[in-house]
Design a protein around this ligand. Structure first.
Ligand code: ATP
Length: 258
């Protein structure tokens, strides 16, 4: 693996920078298709890690393994100091509620308003919540994504950018400590993409969340990432800050930044 020299502290493991996620030697194959062939990566507490890689390189599969949506063939996946490959479904569910997953095409329930979409998610996870508390939390989370005025809208009335924000609100309403973003800006124009990137950064600062951000949007990568890793042929091929990788001696690595 190419490890670029970097000035950022987050690249070093000190007691201050404790990994909240640590993946060791992760393997996953589908039949003959060996997608992950020994991935090693970590995310420090409070850090935004950007994962780059060509289409089909296994980025989504890697983060799905973190929440047990895809079962790894081999390797360790330590999340909050627990190896999720070694626990039962009850323990896994306890960990899952602490992790927000913003899927590539996060679909809202079309027949429910924004309020109902968020309320439904919250009620599923928090039993015995009062109607008043529910409303407060829905309003608060919509305000945090800048969409308070959309509370009574139906998904069909929302733009793509607004839908992403509601999707993000639905993730945030459960107050996750880790957020996994799978291509959060895909399909959005440059300005809306920038707004989503700003929101990701704001959430990191305000809520002290730790995140993995899979993206092909290099502006998003640059803006949101404390550190960047690049997947190639089933392993992490390069790691460093955006600025150092951009100037890498490896032409293939540099090609992402053009
Ligand atoms: N359920 C599945 N069954 C079989 N193969 C799968 C399955 N899910 C993913 N794959 C394969 O795993 C490989 C990696 O897919 P993955 O979605 O992780 O790529 P990616 O890097 O996230 O791509 P993109 O950037 O296009 O989203 C692909 O070859 C894909 O076809």
């Amino acid at each position: 693996m190419i490890q670029e020299k970097t000035n950022i502290d987050s690249n070093k493991r000190t007691t201050k920078n404790t990994p909240i996620i640590e993946i060791k030697d992760l393997h996953k194959a589908f039949g003959d298709n060996e997608v992950l062939k020994g991935v090693n990566l970590f995310v420090n507490k409070g850090e935004n890690l950007v994962v780059l890689g060509k289409s089909g390189s296994g980025k989504s599969i890697a983060i799905k393994c973190i929440v047990g949506l895809v079962i790894a063939d081999k390797g360790e996946i330590n999340v909050f100091d627990t190896d999720i490959t070694k626990i039962d479904i009850i323990e896994l569910n306890e960990i899952r509620v602490r992790i927000g997953f913003l899927f590539q095409n996060a679909a809202l329930y079309d027949s429910m308003s924004v309020r109902e979409n968020l309320g439904f998610t919250l009620k599923r996870h928090v039993k015995d919540i009062s109607e008043q508390e529910l409303e407060t939390q829905i309003v608060d989370v919509l305000e945090s994504v800048g969409l308070a005025e959309a509370i009574d809208k139906m998904p069909s009335e929302l733009s793509g950018g607004m839908r992403k924000r509601v999707g993000l609100a639905r993730t945030l309403i459960l107050k996750p400590e880790i957020i996994l973003y799978d291509e959060p800006t895909t399909g959005l124009d440059t300005i809306t993409s920038r707004e989503i990137s700003e929101l990701i950064l704001e959430l990191q600062k305000k809520n002290k969340t730790s995140s993995i951000i899979i993206t092909h949007d290099m502006a998003c990568a640059k803006y949101t990432g404390d550190r960047v890793v690049i997947l190639k042929e089933g392993v992490i091929h390069a790691e460093g800050s955006y600025e150092t990788l951009e100037k890498s001696d490896d032409e293939w690595v540099r090609s992402f930044f053009i």
